[in-house]
Design a protein around this ligand. Structure first.
Ligand code: ATP
Ligand code: MG
Length: 214
């Protein structure tokens, strides 16, 4: 069973990495790929370039067995639809392997407004990571979806290639990239919110010092 975590990663931080490792370990994933988007669909475009976000991700996961960065969305000029990403992954994996799409509880709340959500569920399971300030069960629409498709054990995900939803209790870290960008623009340091190699990259390149595009 393999997993992917899509996002802007502008920049990657411990709120991505630790919950991702929790899921990786508790579900016994063979591989977890971080998939940075190129063209955002539901939000302002990233502040840092694709190259910078890719370099920070690679620095962040260096040395963690089973973690990988998958740059396939960066190669597409078109909007980074998760549906398209999952279709191309499915082509590589075949139809029988279990595939998990990890998303934070905030993203799950808006899941039904994504491009082709029900087709996404034909391609992958959803693994929802709790996030401070967001209750994955509070939104009525995803809640209904969860009632129909929810399951609690890793074995339930393993039994099918796609289509189930699982809420995972991960390490709660109240960290967001928005907060980190704002902190740096205001002259502060994001130390201890993200890995040192990412901090080094940000300091070396002067990323996020200008205060636009929070
Ligand atoms: P931004 O503030 O720019 O939106 P972010 O911190 O939310 O950044 P994203 O790149 O938007 O990071 O998130 C990628 C994925 O990781 C999303 O599914 C999001 O819900 C999840 N995620 C981000 N931060 C956390 C966190 N602290 N805990 C759990 N999940 C998180
Ligand atoms: Mg976000």
């Amino acid at each position: 069973m393999i997993g992917i975590l899509g996002g802007t990663f502008d920049p990657v931080h411990y709120g991505h990495l630790r919950p991702a490792l929790d899921v990786f370990q508790s579900l016994g994933l063979e591989r977890l790929s971080f998939v940075p988007l190129r063209v955002a669909v539901h939000r302002p475009q990233p502040q840092a370039s694709s190259e910078a976000r890719l370099a920070m991700l690679e620095a962040a996961i260096e040395g963690q067995a089973g973690f990988a960065v998958d740059p396939r969305e960066l190669r597409r000029q078109t909007p980074s639809y998760t549906h398209e990403t999952l279709m191309s992954l499915r082509d590589e994996l075949g139809s029988r392997r279990s595939l998990c799409l990890l998303i934070g509880a905030d993203a799950f709340a808006g899941f039904l407004s994504w491009y082709r959500p029900m087709e996404i569920l034909e391609l992958a399971h959803l693994v929802v990571m709790c996030r401070p300030g967001y209750d994955p069960a509070s939104e009525p629409a995803p809640h209904r979806l969860y009632r129909e498709r929810g399951c609690e054990d890793a074995a339930d995900l393993r039994a099918l290639p796609a289509g189930r939803i699982q809420l995972r209790d991960v390490t709660q870290l109240g960290i967001s990239s928005t907060r980190i960008r704002r902190l740096i623009a205001e002259g502060g340091s994001p130390r201890y919110l993200l890995p040192d190699p990412v901090l080094d990259y940000i300091e070396r390149t002067g990323l996020y010092r200008s205060n636009h595009g929070f």
